[in-house]
Design a protein around this ligand. Structure first.
Ligand code: IVH
Length: 697
């Protein structure tokens, strides 16, 4: 989409805009818009930003300011025009230009072989070329572009008519408001795809909702479709939706020259990609036989859990558009496409009992204990019920047969009880009035659905706070983990967070399973955590309502942690995404004597309280935008040194193999990560020597 020269030019222009103290001039405005579009593309489509979020915001604000002062110069495709007014009426219903059909489903290799045979017989062919791509599990949408501008977006509706959700769709930053279809001789085009909520956004969203005692969304699919029909575009923007576009439904050309990319489905995906859309261009595969297709879909099913979003199968499409037309469609589905559904991730089980767990901020979470069932490769025996309201809404009872669903790494949940199987001896679930750990009375604030234990010294909370502190997303003290926190706490070797930095290793050495090597690892990990970034520390403190994003927002505003002590509630509320609840929580934390005591001890222990510029900013940047992961034993380098080398050059270390990974450096005896990476064709697998060449280049 952007050539290397364009990328360099736009990066240079970004820096000029960022450094300039002067107001933007009229003749610069289109350049600034292009710079913003470019960074949106890098961030939302490529998932590979070149500037920080704060820099993006600065550029965006410059444009906003200019447009506020020059309202007549605002254009409909300006990056500021994503923001929409709240909707007062319902969504208007609009007929689709071409009906939005469904797909035929297949469940095994035989179904696919059958379908391939029919395709060949219908047109008397010896073989058919297929394009295979993931079947995204979200909400389908249709987008209409005219003269390069996004003019309308519809939901699927009943397939004949959809609802006009243009304003909400404009909140999704991976959907360009303007796309250069004219470069392909296209005047009008209707494209289709799927809006998704990534597993990560889904989890973040639900964690936040649960923490605030608000409604939990069942799964990413429901979350995506629900989000598209919200009345507040701003709320849509906050949900971190993404979109994959995979089908061109209708085209009008400017003249009768048809571009080459319009002859095959794989060409269409490339065209969409070149026009700046996230299409499955990287995920697609073209095969000459159904046997290869079958092997690929089976392999891909194994990758399902490593993807950042949910897929529920694969879609196989006849690649030639001419042949697609010949095969035609039924009233329900096209004959040229077939969905291959992955194994179901639902099962039934019996709800035996409910336990009540106390979280680090005192929230009481009911957890259902069910007879162990095997769902999508994992045994499930505990399922969170989130809060009391959900138990009541679903009318769950002890002894019920329940339908359980597990979607990827999304935590399993109970869809519903199977009421028709009730015998009459099922019993109601009784929610406790007192904390199951410290016995103090539980509280439930107005308007919230979660009960809380408000005793800060409640043992359960103390332990959970420590578990949170050492966890991967917080201080990332790798060899610590939940099990050790619990063990050390029980043995009175650990009483609170500062004690992590004063562990008695001689005592620990006496415990079973703690050899010299594991103690050395633990010591090194604790030591290394002292240098963690400020945003991680803020997150690790476990302040109520402060997730990773808000922790970053706070860290970005300060150069030393103590500065937060001087922020008023109003000042906190001026920060992005900080509402009254969050502001009050941060304010209370920094005014509480106990917190100040905690911070003092952590500072004394030598933890980093300063906001150091990220190493990327000082780096030579030659690995900027690239991601690495090390696996197996390296022969020349220590893994931590190798990782530091990557970071020093602006690259990123990932924690697992996923489609975001560029390089897997495989040492000796590399195991499952290597296997996974081999299946993901997008990952480059390199040796330690090759790695050294790359970093030293
Ligand atoms: S093609 C005319 N490709 O699955 C054919 N659909 O179960 C248009 N879906 O309604 C559909 N991923 O919403 C196609 N790669 C993909 C897809 C996909 C997900 C959805 C789509 C469709 C539904 C049918």
């Amino acid at each position: 989409m952007y050539s290397l020269e364009q990328t360099q030019l736009l990066t240079q222009q970004s820096q000029q805009f960022l450094q300039s103290k002067e107001a933007v001039k009229v003749n610069e405005i289109e350049a600034l818009r292009n710079v913003l579009r470019f960074h949106e593309y890098r961030y939302y489509v490529l998932d590979n930003p070149l500037i920080t979020d704060t820099e993006y915001d600065t550029l965006y604000k410059k444009l906003e300011k200019f447009e506020a002062e020059n309202p007549s110069l605002v254009t409909p495709d300006s990056p500021t025009q994503r923001v929409g007014q709240n909707l007062t009426n319902n969504f208007a219903t609009v007929p689709h230009l071409v009906p939005m059909l469904s797909l035929e489903n297949s469940y095994n290799a035989d179904d696919l072989v059958d379908w391939d045979r029919k395709n060949k017989e219908a047109e008397n062919l010896s073989h058919v070329e297929y394009c295979v791509e993931p079947k995204f599990d979200g909400a389908s949408i249709s987008l209409l572009y005219e003269n390069d501008l996004l003019v309308r977006a519809l939901t699927r509706g009943d397939g004949i008519e959809g609802e006009d959700i243009t304003t909400n769709i404009k909140q999704i930053r991976s959907i360009p408001l303007m796309a250069r279809f004219s470069a392909y001789n296209i005047q009008q085009i209707e494209i289709r795809g799927e809006v998704l909520m990534s597993k990560k956004s889904f989890k973040e969203f639900n964690d936040k909702q649960a923490e605030q005692g608000l409604q939990i969304l069942a799964n990413p699919r429901n979350a995506a479709s629900g989000s598209l029909r919200m009345k507040s575009p701003k709320a849509v923007a906050e949900r971190g939706l993404e979109a994959f576009l995979y089908h061109i439904a209708y085209v009008v050309y400017n003249n009768d020259e048809v571009p080459e990319l319009m002859r095959t489905h794989s060409g269409n995906l490339e065209l969409l990609w070149l026009c700046g859309f996230r299409s499955p261009q990287k995920e697609k595969k073209v095969y000459q036989s159904i046997e290869e297709v079958i092997a690929h879909v089976n392999d891909y099913e194994q990758l399902r859990d490593t993807l950042p979003y949910e897929i529920d199968g694969m879609v196989i499409k006849v690649n030639s558009l001419a042949l697609q037309e010949q095969l035609g469609m039924t009233s329900h589905h096209p004959r040229w496409a077939m969905a291959y559904k992955f194994k179901a991730r639902q099962a039934t089980s019996i709800l035996r009992s409910v336990e009540f767990q106390v979280g680090r901020t005192g929230t009481i979470t009911p957890v259902a204990k069910i007879d162990a069932v095997f769902i999508g490769g994992v045994t499930v025996s505990s399922v969170s019920l989130f809060n009391e309201d959900i138990i009541r809404e679903k009318d769950l009872r002890i002894g019920d047969t329940v339908l359980v669903e597990r979607a990827g790494d999304v935590i399993p949940y109970i869809v519903k009880p199977l009421e028709e199987l009730r015998k009459g001896n099922e019993e109601p679930i009784i929610f406790p009035k007192h904390c199951p750990v410290c016995d103090s009375a539980l509280h439930k604030p107005e308007g919230e659905s979660a009960w809380r234990c408000i005793n800060p010294n409640c043992e359960a909370q103390v332990v959970e706070r420590m578990i949170h502190f050492v966890s991967k997303d917080a201080m990332d003290i790798r060899s610590f983990g939940e099990a050790n926190v619990r063990k050390f706490y029980q043995l009175k070797l650990l009483k609170d967070i500062p004690a992590i930095y004063q562990l008695d290793f001689d005592e620990i050495a006496k415990l079973e399973g703690f050899g010299k090597k594991s103690i050395d690892n633990l010591k090194a990990a604790i030591e290394a955590s002292k240098q963690q970034s400020l945003n991680r520390l803020i997150f690790a403190l476990g302040i109520r309502y402060i997730g990773e994003t808000t922790a970053k927002t706070l860290a970005n505003k300060i150069s030393n942690l103590w500065e937060l002590k001087n922020f008023s509630i109003e000042e906190l509320m001026n920060l992005e995404d900080v509402g009254p609840k969050v502001a009050a929580s941060v304010y209370d934390f920094f005014q509480s004597e106990e917190s100040i005591e905690l911070l003092k001890k952590l500072e004394e222990a030598g933890l980093n309280f300063n906001n150091q510029k990220s190493s990327n900013a000082n780096a030579d940047g030659s690995l900027q935008g690239l991601t690495f992961l090390f696996t197996g034993t390296l022969s020349q380098l220590k893994r931590s040194d190798a990782e530091a080398m990557v970071e020093a050059k602006g690259g990123k270390i990932l924690s697992g193999v996923s489609s975001k990974l560029n390089y897997l450096v495989a040492g000796e005896e590399a195991g499952s990560k290597l296997e996974k990476a081999k299946k993901l064709n997008t990952v480059k697998i390199i040796s330690e020597e090759e790695f050294l060449k790359i970093v030293n280049e």
